[in-house]
Design a protein around this ligand. Structure first.
Ligand SMILES: *Cc1c(COP(=O)(O)O)cnc(C)c1O
Length: 372
């Protein structure tokens, strides 16, 4: 089997999706399945839908188009605030989008009207993480203007925390979002259907409270794929944390010094590297590097250590392992490593076939899976 590859265990992902859907559903919260970490992979998308998730969200139109073309039956939501230049494609491929700019919403409305459809909008509210969102004091004005646009329907509001600024989605923030919801509804005499409180980082908040207020939706990626929450990266009980496996192959393995020798200057990345002297070690090279995966996000599943990496090599210390050239070694991936491996055209995506898979999906499987 070719390497490097990422092995995707669909059954484990399906189990995680079902378990999270039940857990959050127990307090009235719906789960949107976020597919950006898997590039809208149709096998994964089909597993999410099969396990009770009816809205799939991705940050890229290309991924949404891919899922649609593969026949995935879901509503599609565009996560990243649409590019103005992309408004037409957004209306064509996404049913819903998260938005924070009126000029963009106006353009979405225009293209929706031209196509005799209505595009659904979730307005993002800034609550302190300082990525996307309208400042709370400007919300009334935004809502007023959106309601006057004929091609869009304001179906909800949302917020995104713990992404850029590392701000916790705690009770204070969630209560505030509920309050904002109530104020908008009263002021404009409308009902907001979706109050989307955040992402995989909302797990601890969810466990700590009994009353979720008006929050009735979360957009989950990492906890479905890696089985952990994303504030402390602690495993969530009952979920698989090893649904993805990164596999690399040994191309050299020799006993060598641990300290480079000769006169030191810059390495391939313009840095002057520093090393400690551990005496002689078994240095093994894997035929995979930074062009394939974010190496700092890999964790070995066996007893060896990563010494470093360059664009096409990872160097590891395997003094405690017996290895031959051609052997495969496995790694766990964090979210960054998962994203990078799924987007690298050099990494084969190996998917476990499921019997329930629709025909169109099974057909896709037979295509070159290295093509993302
Ligand atoms: C990526 C993303 C998510 C999903 O985040 P996870 O931490 O993977 O659950 C949710 N909302 C938005 C806006 C995102 O960009």
């Amino acid at each position: 089997m070719p390497t490097p590859r990422i092995e995707i265990n669909i059954k484990k992902i399906a189990h995680n999706a079902k378990t999270l859907n039940r857990l959050y559903g127990s307090k009235g919260i719906d789960v949107i399945g976020v597919t950006k970490a898997v590039c809208g992979n149709p096998h994964v998308a089909a597993a999410l839908v099969k396990n009770g998730i009816s809205i799939l969200a991705d940050s890229r139109i290309a991924n949404i188009r891919r899922m649609r073309n593969e026949g995935i039956q879901a509503e599609f939501l565009l996560l990243r605030t649409p590019l103005l230049s992309q408004a037409e494609a957004v209306v064509k491929y996404a049913d819903i989008s998260l938005n924070s700019e009126l000029s963009v919403i106006k353009k979405l409305s225009k293209f929706a009207l031209m196509n005799n459809t209505k595009h659904k909008i979730i307005l993002m509210v800034e609550l302190g993480d300082l990525r996307e969102g309208v400042m709370p004091q400007n919300l009334d004005d935004s809502v007023k203007q959106i309601l006057a646009m004929k091609g869009v329907e304001l179906i909800g509001i949302g917020t995104n925390l713990a992404c850029f600024g590392g701000i916790k989605p705690d009770e204070e923030k969630m209560v505030y979002l509920s309050l904002i919801t109530k104020n908008i509804e009263e002021k404009f005499g409308i009902t907001l259907k979706i109050i989307s409180g955040g992402n995989s980082a909302n797990y601890n908040w969810f466990l700590s409270i009994t009353d979720v207020g008006r929050i009735n939706n979360l957009r989950l990626g990492e906890s479905i794929y890696l089985g952990c929450e994303s504030l402390h990266r602690k495993p969530i009980p009952g979920l698989y944390t090893d649904a993805f496996t990164f596999v690399a192959e040994v191309i050299e393995s020799k006993t060598k010094p641990s300290l480079p020798y000769g006169k030191i200057s810059q390495n391939a990345f313009g840095e002057i590297p520093e090393f400690k002297d551990y005496g002689k070690i078994k240095r093994t090279i894997l035929g995979v590097g930074l062009q394939d995966v974010l190496v700092s996000g890999l964790t070995p599943r066996k007893d060896f250590e990563i010494i470093g990496a360059s664009s096409d090599h990872i160097i590891i210390d395997t003094s405690r392992l017996e290895l031959s050239i051609g052997n495969e070694l496995e790694f766990d991936l964090n979210y960054g490593a998962l994203l990078s491996a799924m987007t690298s055209p050099y990494v084969l995506k190996k998917i476990e076939v499921n019997l329930w898979m629709p025909k169109s999906i099974a057909k896709a499987l037979n295509r070159n899976t290295a093509n993302i």
